[in-house]
Design a protein around this ligand. Sequence first.
Ligand SMILES: Cc1cc2nc3c(=O)[nH]c(=O)nc-3n(C[C@H](O)[C@H](O)[C@H](O)COP(=O)(O)O)c2cc1C
Length: 450
Amino acid sequence: MSAAMMKLGCFLEGTGHHVAAWRDPDVDPHGRQTLAHYLDSARLAERGKFDLLFMADTNATFGADDVDSWTRTTAASRLEPITLLAAMAGATERIGLVATATTTYFEPFHVARFFASLDQISGGRAGWNLVTSLAVAEAYNFGRETHPHHGDRYARAREFAKVVLGLWDSWEDGAVIADKATGIYLDRSKLHFLNHKGKHFSVRGPLTVHRSAQGHPVIVQAGQSEDGRDLAGETAEVTFTVQQDLDAAKAFYADIKHRAQAYGRPPHAIKVMPGVMTVIGQTRGEAADKYERLQALLSPELAIKDLSSYFGFDLADYPLDGPVPDPSPTIEQKGRVKMMVELARRENMTIRQLYRRVYGQRGHRVVIGTPGEVADALELWFRAGAADGFNLLPLTFPRGLEDIVDLLIPELQRRGLFRKEYEGKTLRENLGLPVPENRWALERAQKNVG
Ligand SMILES: Cc1cc2nc3c(=O)[nH]c(=O)nc-3n(C[C@H](O)[C@H](O)[C@H](O)COP(=O)(O)O)c2cc1C
């Protein structure tokens, strides 16, 4: 039972999280590549007192690697998130700024520097969502014909995270002296080389970015597999997850907290935040209409193509109103497809029923109703120990986010479940996470005690 308040993330998207959101009459289909859209959404989310804005990313098109899908969805259109978050840092003051960067197609020095710089210019509000990349298509943009195997990706990711954390400790607090009289700019004893030599990386350092107001950016992850969960237990401070069922979500929550403790970390050092697409109306009927209007725009053909990219074979070869077959044993995305198959088995779904449930929102749970009903659904999981908070996926932008900020959040605040004012200035202060100690400062302090 969590005494603390819920933590809320706003999963920022160009037009909305429903795959047909761009066709909603209230949505600007060109918003996904205009700065104004993101600045307006960031200010709106900050007015709602969200803990963080989250931007997903792949260095390729999203979802099924299929040109036909690109012509009829927004999958091929995506601005680079760190660039956008830097702009949003200037338009906001308290909300956290979290973006994805892959450990498979970046170098650790790049990622350490991008997020440390975002952390510095935002006054300590940055977070890095560590992923190993789902999209096989990313390989084609980085001189490869194949995507590395799941286990190899996570082995590289483990060392990658260590190097990034090491680089973030390059500068201790107070390293910059800037004494114009003596001409001494920095205290040499507080700037450190990393000199990392490992299986995947050799990185000398130091990083060029000073220590931020929150020490270093918050590490976020979203792995669902054994490897993914274990890396989260060791390094993540927030973990996003796709969960459709309360018992499965409670099991995931307990598992992640247990893994953190196995690495000597207290359970509150990692926040578990399942994704939820919220569809809110003054009445349940109004909310259901909003959702069904977009569901009616779903293309069965594109849905089958998308699901097939998860199952590892063409589901079009199976009867649409027949049972959901087992996925190919060779598939990559173990976590997400496992959740889909469990859902289909639990509710005895046909392929058509499954795609109608998951395709619109990429497998995330959907909660539809009045502000009170949606708040009930979130409160149930929060009090049941299935979540420390939620990564909310607005159906559309801006309307779906406005409904959350003006209808749902006041209801959560009325119930004492969500903040009315930010607790602090940094992402860590608002998430209730400690400022990590600098390893060199710690070493010096221990030597002085010795
Ligand atoms: C909320 C959420 C956001 C995610 N964002 C990204 C992303 O931006 N880019 C990406 O390549 N994968 C993303 N993923 C996928 C995960 O990083 C991970 O690969 C996936 O959950 C499968 O888990 P596994 O890697 O442990 O098999 C996301 C997953 C979730 C649940």
